[in-house]
Design a protein around this ligand. Structure first.
Ligand code: PRP
Length: 182
């Protein structure tokens, strides 16, 4: 995957780092949900789709996969917290156990909105499996049960995360060079 490497300032997590950490997260979820046979794993499109695809293959429980697409009204680089659902879940989550997969928490506003929305549907429980938590000032206070890594407050791409829809297919996670987006 050399085509986009020159746009990357530095690699934060290699493919091997990601595989190892996500396997650990999946093993922890498998243990925590060992008595649960009615699990719905929800991914927020599009960034979290790759993470979810890898994580569920390390969760040794019966589960349903479902997807939501939401758009945030913002200035393009920052969330505003005002969110519109573009694609809703296909399944009903009432009285079921839900795990929401997100790729990255920045302001936390997107996930905060989403969790409130899902809570109103009266699931039995909701946990968050988060791959990256950004070290952002004034982040919404959200309890994430599973967190992959902490990352600096920089422009992160790869492994599902984009800049202008590019770089999602990088198998690693890196920091984008400033000159690419400035
Ligand atoms: C990214 C990411 C989260 C959100 C985090 O999505 O996937 O959903 O931003 O930001 P926040 O914590 O400040 O709300 P984005 O809007 O870039 O859409 P995408 O998943 O389609 O890339």
């Amino acid at each position: 995957m050399q085509a986009m490497r020159e746009d990357i300032d530095r690699v934060l997590f290699t493919q091997e780092d990601l595989e190892k950490r996500i396997a650990e997260m999946g093993a922890q979820i498998t243990e925590d949900y060992k008595d649960c046979d009615d699990l719905v794993v929800v991914s927020v499109l599009r960034g979290a789709a790759i993470f979810m695809g890898d994580l569920v293959r390390h969760i040794d429980r019966p589960l349903e996969m479902d997807y939501m697409a939401i758009s945030s009204y913002g200035n393009g680089t920052k969330s505003s917290g005002v969110v519109r659902i573009q694609k809703d879940l296909s399944s009903t989550i009432k009285d079921r156990h839900v795990i929401v997969c997100e790729d990255i928490l920045d302001s936390g506003l997107t996930l905060q909105y989403l969790i409130r929305n899902l809570q109103s549907r009266e699931p039995a429980s909701i946990d968050i499996a988060l791959l990256l938590r950004k070290n952002t000032p004034e982040q919404a206070n959200l309890k994430c049960r599973y967190i992959g890594f902490e990352v600096p407050d920089e422009f992160i791409v790869g492994y599902g995360m984009d800049y202008a829809e590019k770089y999602r297919n990088l198998p690693y996670i890196g920091v984008l060079k400033r000159e690419v987006y400035e």
